[in-house]
Design a protein around this ligand. Structure first.
Ligand code: ATP
Length: 350
């Protein structure tokens, strides 16, 4: 079931009359059966967007469609959604089985049918042997799977996840995110996944939406967005270690930093630009510009060096076997890997 947001807007007004545009004219389509990650810094409007899709917040403007259905004014329980929050919100006094079965109460489902559905869900999320335990007897990752099983037991039209992995430690977070992806693929349920963690969003999403101050910055497949950010905000938000950014000038097709260091070529017209180079897009090459390294750090297969180029501190992530421990090193930027942005608007130029 496709989800379509059209000009979706939420304005909060506090007691003094001050307005916050938490979500500003958001128009996106979440394709049927896909997982879309809503990503952005704290306060950018991710949760507010999800809550509007869920019907828990009333939009100030715009529309929400599930397929052809305009659900903008529909009550949450009539929308056919499954919701999972970061705190699993399981009932502590109930067993796992009772927790998963709970949403089926007051529905036209016999107890026998409900038991079958619960088994099916428990099987799907991989907790079939935990059904008679209480939530407190489970790990955080298992509790989150129970929450997902409970969200799916009514066979909702869409699944909405708000920072579902935040309460888990690093190892469980990785495992549970792989599980969520598998469950989503197996069920083919259209899913919106809210996170502030770029790596998490990149690993799990078919498409990502990056928000800043309630405004969509870009929607694209993770690798496309990483390789071709539409603006400086997206370029900086994605990537760890982060992209190197600096002011540079273009003169007759050369991109120049500092006095006269040519870091690459471009078709852009002469002028001053914000330049971005990802740390992994440098390579060692004797024909390149010479830099003196400040620190050299081995990180697994790669080596990270810090250096100064034309007065700007930068990082490069290089293949370890290309780096010697000498203090000077010659670097080049891989072809086509320099990003130029308009200095004022931050929009990508080339
Ligand atoms: P986080 O990752 O910190 O949860 P978020 O991206 O989910 O952030 P939202 O919770 O959607 O952000 O908040 C967006 C903006 O709207 C923030 O400026 C927030 O302070 C404001 N806001 C959210 N809920 C309310 C509310 N009920 N009343 C007033 N302002 C609110």
């Amino acid at each position: 079931m496709e989800i379509r947001l059209e000009g979706l807007t939420k304005v909060f007004t506090d007691k003094t009359g001050k307005e916050t545009r938490a979500v500003d004219e958001l128009t996106i389509t979440v394709p049927s059966g896909k997982l879309v990650g809503l990503l952005g810094p704290s306060g950018c409007g991710k949760s507010t967007t999800l809550f509007m899709i869920a019907g828990l917040h009333k939009p100030s403007g715009g529309k929400i469609f599930f397929g052809e259905d305009d659900v903008t004014k529909l009550a949450p329980e009539k929308r056919g959604i499954g919701l999972v929050f970061q705190n699993y919100a399981l009932y502590p006094h109930m067993t796992v089985r009772q927790n998963i079965m709970f949403p089926l109460e007051n529905l036209n489902v016999s107890h026998k049918q409900a038991l079958v559905l619960v088994e099916e869900m428990a099987d799907l999320v991989g907790i079939k042997d935990q059904l008679d335990k209480k939530p407190s007897q489970l790990s955080g990752g298992q509790q989150q799977r129970v929450a997902i099983a409970r969200a799916l037991v009514k066979k909702p039209r869409v699944l909405l996840l708000d920072e579902p992995l935040s309460n888990l430690d690093a190892r469980l977070r990785l495992q549970t995110r792989e599980e969520i992806k598998r469950i989503q693929r197996e069920t083919g349920i259209t899913t919106v996944f809210v996170t502030h963690d770029q790596e998490e969003a990149m690993s799990i999403s078919d498409q990502m939406v990056v928000l800043n101050y309630g405004v969509m910055q870009q929607m694209a497949a993770p690798q496309d967005m990483y390789n071709h950010p539409d603006n400086l905000f997206v370029a900086k938000f994605l990537g760890n270690p982060p992209i190197n950014t600096f002011e540079g000038r273009v003169e007759k097709g050369n991109i120049i930093i500092g006095e006269d260091i040519v870091v690459g070529q471009t078709q852009a017209k002469d002028g001053i630009y914000a330049v971005g180079i990802r740390p992994e897009d440098f390579k060692v090459d004797p024909r390149g510009f010479e830099v003196s390294t400040d620190t050299i750090e081995r990180i697994g297969r790669d080596t990270m060096i810090r250096f100064n180029l034309g007065g700007v501190a930068m990082r490069a992530l290089l293949e370890s076997d290309t780096v010697t421990t000498t203090e000077t090193i010659n670097l080049m930027v891989k072809p086509g890997k320099i990003h130029l942005f308009d200095l004022e608007s931050g929009s990508v130029v080339l």
